[in-house]
Write a new protein. Structure first.
Length: 273
């Protein structure tokens, strides 16, 4: 049974601020040679300005499909997703995306990789250069502007990818398991780094992860998804004070949140509806 504190946090998970993201009755069906496959069913949630939302669920539950719909890379079969009141019907300039792989161009320097959205969107390279340098300072990469991706560690490359996603000041930042390929120690440091960046910039973030501790550590709310067809099994508010240190993971409060999320998983690694 959930503690009173957790139950209260979950009941109060809907922010009083205006919704930046609204997802209503969202459904996604893929057509295959063997018939239709329903990936998402009746997905509905809202995200307030500056909220950090984590989504967890078993492999194949539709987490990445949901993120691609939010990014405008996939159409929904029915229902809709809105960003600041406007339906998301295709790729948009006010959305930033960070993938598991940094996807940096090896022939471009760190600064040139960061400025790629400015070049593509014709935002004015010189005008955006100071913003890029400021963001690189924010993530501790001052002095690495003229280095190439192969000269950086995996964690440093992912910081470059985050800065690149922020350069055009998006309304929403989507992150698809951005630290999944990193070793455990680097991943913990990147969690601290991302929290610091988020506290500094207060971007609206939707973050996909397989790690329950990572979700609890980073998020204001954790959406737990069921196996395919993916639905929202529970929307859990995380009322742990920020900034959060790694030591917070050892507290009973943190453990209670992780246990509540983990309780959705059955013995075979799936999620109970």
């Amino acid at each position: 049974m959930a503690s009173p504190k957790i139950a209260a946090a979950s009941a109060a998970h809907v922010s009083s601020g205006p919704a930046v993201i609204e997802v209503r009755d969202l459904r996604k069906v893929y057509g295959t040679r063997h018939g239709e496959v329903e990936a998402l069913q009746d997905i509905e949630f809202a995200v307030a300005e500056g909220e950090f939302i984590a989504i967890v669920g078993p492999s194949g539950c539709g987490k990445s499909t949901l993120l691609k719909i939010l990014a405008g890379l996939l159409p929904a079969t029915s229902g809709e997703a809105r960003l600041r009141g406007t339906p998301i019907t295709g790729p948009r300039r006010d959305i930033g995306m960070v993938f598991q792989s940094p996807v940096l161009f090896p022939w471009r320097t760190v600064l040139d990789n960061v400025l790629l959205p400015a070049d593509v969107q014709r935002l004015g390279r010189e005008r955006m250069r100071e913003t890029a340098l400021d963001l690189l300072r924010l993530v501790g990469l001052q002095g690495f502007e003229r280095r190439y991706p192969w000269e950086l560690s995996g964690g440093m490359q992912q910081r470059v990818a985050i800065v690149r996603a922020l350069i055009h000041d998006p309304a929403m930042l989507l992150m698809d398991e951005p630290f999944g390929a990193l070793d455990a120690m680097t991943r913990e440091q990147m969690n601290l780094e991302l929290q610091r960046i988020w506290l500094e910039r207060r971007k609206t973030v939707v973050f996909i992860t397989h790690s329950i501790p990572e979700a609890v550590f980073l998020a204001d709310r954790v959406l737990v998804m069921t196996p395919r067809p993916g639905r929202i099994a529970e929307d859990i508010g995380v009322a742990i004070a920020r900034p959060r240190s790694l030591d917070a993971m050892a507290t009973p409060e943190f453990g209670a949140y992780a246990h509540r999320i983990r309780a959705h998983f059955n013995a075979t690694g799936g999620l109970d509806a």
